[in-house]
Write a protein that binds this ligand. Structure first.
Ligand code: NAD
Ligand code: UD1
Length: 319
C-alpha cells in the first residue's frame, strides 16, 4: 500500500481540474480523477499518460462514487482528501435546464460528501462560486454578505456549501468551500456557447471575428487566472482544519465586459468589431471579491494580473 496522499479530483479532466491535477502530481500525490467527460477531455491530462500516480475513471458523480473508487482503494489505501470540482458550469444552461443543474451540481455534491462521510475522508475542498451572492449592495463582496442567488446554478452551489458546513459541524470532517470568481486561462474550451467570456473573446478576436457583448457591457467581473486558482485549491486542501465557512477566490480587481473586449481585441491585433445583444437573464451586474478571508485562512493571494494572464491565454489559443 502506498504512503503517498491519495487525493480524488472530481471533474479533474476539465479546465480548472486538469491544472489542479498537474499541481497535485507535481507535489507527489496519488490522484484519481472522476469525470463523465461532459465537458472535460482526456487530452487535458495527456502530459501524465506515463504516470503511475494518476488514474482517470469515467464516472458520473450523481450516481455515487463508491464503485468508481473501490479498485483504487485496494491499490492506494484510504482516500485522504477530495477536491470536488465536477459540475455543469453555465449559469445560462442552469436557467434553461434547472433539473439537470440539480442533478449534477446538488445531488452530485451530496453523493461525493456521502462517500467522504462514510469513508472518513480528512478534508473536502469544493468549487463554489461568486454566483451565490447575486447582486450585492457593498463591493468588494465579503463572504458574510447576504446571498441572493439569481440562478439555479447559484442556488445549487449555495446549497452545496451548506452540506459541507453541516458535515463539518456534525461529523467533524474538514471542509473548505471556495467561491471562485471568473476563472480564465489555457484549456478553457472556447467553442461552446456556454464557455467563459475570456475564452470566447480570445478565440474570436484571434480570428478577427466580431465580439458580441450581452447588454451594455458595463457589467463587471473579477477575472482570476487559473494558475492562481489551482494554487489556492492546494493551499486550502493541505491547510489544517476547515469548518465549511466559504472563502472568496478572486483578485479584488473589477473589470467591465467593455474593457475586457477592448483589451483582448488589442492583444489580438484590433481586427474585431464589437457589437451588443440583449442582456442575459440572471445576469449579475457587478462582481468583485474581498480577498481577505482566503489570505487569513490559507495565505492565498492572487499574483497574476489580467494583462499578463490574457497574453498567456491568447498565446495558448494561437499556439
Ligand atoms: P469544466 O466544465 O471544464 O469542468 C467541469 C468538469 O466536471 C468537466 O471535466 C466535466 O466533464 C465534469 N463533470 C460535469 N458533470 C459531471 C458529473 N455529473 N460527473 C462527473 N464529472 C462531471 O469547468 P471549470 O471551469 O473547470 O469548472 C470547475 C468547477 O469550478 C465547477 O464546479 C464550476 O462550477 C466551478 N466554477 C468555475 C468558475 C469559472 O469561472 N470557470 C467560476 C466559479 C466556479
Ligand atoms: C462564470 C462561470 C460560472 C461561475 C461564475 C462566477 C463560466 C462559463 N461560467 O459565470 O461557472 O460560477 O463565473 O462568477 O465560466 N458575455 C458577453 N459575451 C459573450 C459571453 C459572455 O458579453 O460572448 C458576458 C456575460 O453576459 C457576462 C460576462 O460576459 O456579463 C461573463 O460571462 P461568463 O463568462 O459566461 O461568466 P458568468 O456568467 O459570470
Amino acid at each position: 500500500m502506498s504512503a503517498k496522499s491519495f487525493v480524488v479530483v472530481t471533474g479533474g479532466a476539465g479546465f480548472i481540474g486538469s491544472h489542479t491535477v498537474d499541481r497535485l502530481l507535481e507535489r507527489g500525490c496519488n490522484v484519481a480523477v472522476l469525470d463523465n467527460f461532459s465537458t472535460g477531455k482526456r487530452e487535458n491530462l495527456a502530459q501524465w499518460a506515463e504516470s503511475d500516480s494518476l488514474e482517470v475513471v469515467a464516472a458520473d458523480i450523481s450516481d455515487g462514487i463508491f464503485a468508481a473508487l473501490a479498485d483504487l482503494e485496494e491499490r492506494w489505501g484510504k482516500v485522504e482528501r477530495i477536491v470536488h470540482l465536477a459540475a455543469q458550469t453555465s449559469v445560462v444552461h442552469s436557467i434553461e435546464n434547472p433539473l439537470n443543474d440539480v442533478r449534477n451540481n446538488y445531488t452530485g455534491t451530496v453523493q461525493v460528501l456521502e462517500y467522504a462521510r462514510r469513508k472518513g475522508v480528512r478534508k473536502v475542498v469544493f468549487a463554489s462560486s461568486a454566483a451565490v451572492y447575486g447582486d450585492v449592495s457593498t463591493l468588494p463582496v465579503r463572504e458574510d454578505a447576504p446571498c441572493n442567488p439569481l440562478s439555479p446554478y447559484g442556488i445549487d452551489k449555495l446549497g452545496s456549501e451548506y452540506w459541507l458546513r453541516y458535515q463539518s459541524s456534525i461529523f467533524g470532517m474538514d471542509s473548505q468551500p471556495l467561491r471562485f470568481f471568473n476563472v480564465y486561462g489555457p484549456r478553457q474550451d472556447p467553442r461552446s456557447p456556454y464557455s467563459g467570456v475570456i475564452s470566447i473573446f480570445s478565440d474570436r478576436a484571434s480570428a478577427g471575428k466580431e465580439l458580441r457583448i450581452f447588454g451594455d457591457g458595463a457589467q463587471t467581473r473579477d477575472f482570476v487566472y487559473v494558475g492562481d486558482v489551482s494554487r489556492a485549491i492546494l493551499l486550502a486542501l493541505f491547510a489544517e482544519g476547515g469548518t465549511g465557512e466559504a472563502a472568496n477566490i478572486g483578485t479584488g480587481n473589477e473589470t467591465s465586459v467593455n474593457e475586457l473586449a477592448a483589451l483582448i481585441n488589442e492583444f489580438c491585433g484590433g481586427r474585431s468589431t464589437i457589437s451588443h445583444a440583449a442582456a442575459r437573464d440572471g445576469e449579475i451586474l457587478r462582481s468583485v471579491a474581498d480577498v481577505n478571508r482566503a489570505r487569513e485562512l490559507f495565505s492565498f493571494d492572487a499574483k497574476i494580473v489580467l494583462r499578463d494572464g490574457l497574453k498567456t491565454t491568447v498565446a495558448s489559443l494561437q499556439g
